[in-house]
Write a protein that binds this ligand. Sequence first.
Ligand SMILES: [Zn+2]
Length: 304
Amino acid sequence: MKNVETVLGPVPADQLGFILPHEHLLVDTYDVRRSAEGVLLELATMSDEVADYKAAGGNTIVDQTIYGLHPDPSGLAEISKATGVHIIAGTGFYHQQYYPEWLDGWSVTQIANRMLGHIVDGFAGTGIKAGIMGELGTHHRGVKANERKVLEAAAKVQAETKRPIGTHALFTEVGIEQLNILEAAGADLDITLIGHCDTNRDIEYSRKLLKRGVWIGYDAVGQLDKQRDELRAQTIATLIGEGYLDKILISTDIAARARLKIHGNEGYKFLITKFLPLLRSAGVTNDQIDTLTRKNPQRFLAGK
Ligand SMILES: [Zn+2]
């Protein structure tokens, strides 16, 4: 299987083991949210959280923290060294609220060149390369002009690099609009993921996406303000029954202090300790869980 660029260098995809494909380890949303909740900065604390995930059976975390969320690839490398957990860094721009003003004047090509640089040459002065474009977001009530440019740029870079794309699509059917833009710009849907599909509780939305051949993320597991986990598990079981096992990715999208072990919660092991039992109760077999948590994300991250 192909190599995946981790923050410590290339690793064969089939050696990545158990994967959380959409998370945040070092992230800072204070500028937009004005809350301490989305500020995860301490390397020692976050290393401890990641070590706890490893002790529960986890092997790899994809950190989809990108421009606007204050990504720290060097910090990720430190956490990876300290814990032995593979970490994959993202590149791109989050969504309009988090964009810099200068992005207004940037062309699709300029945006593409920035992402391409992170994938091919690495983040400035670090030697660390991005392994995914994402999470590339849009407003849930419709894609804004700059957000469209970022999606088009990602499709362009993907054509050249064969690296995966992950999006951020909350609540509505905006993921379909994202998919339309990405597909028209030439994205390869085998390595393209519409994220946060479980924040829209209508299973029809997931079906519409899956019928087009794109990956869907049920990656807000544990976020009970968006959907109950029992319903998430049942919906996943239903979609597996309809033949979509090979296009579903699951994760917990942690970017909040309250969810961490240090605050008395499950942290990054939540999916293993709390959600897999719900999947089993919903009738998902251990083989299918193996596909959801290992084979699927390995294949997605491997690119083409
Ligand atoms: Zn997101």
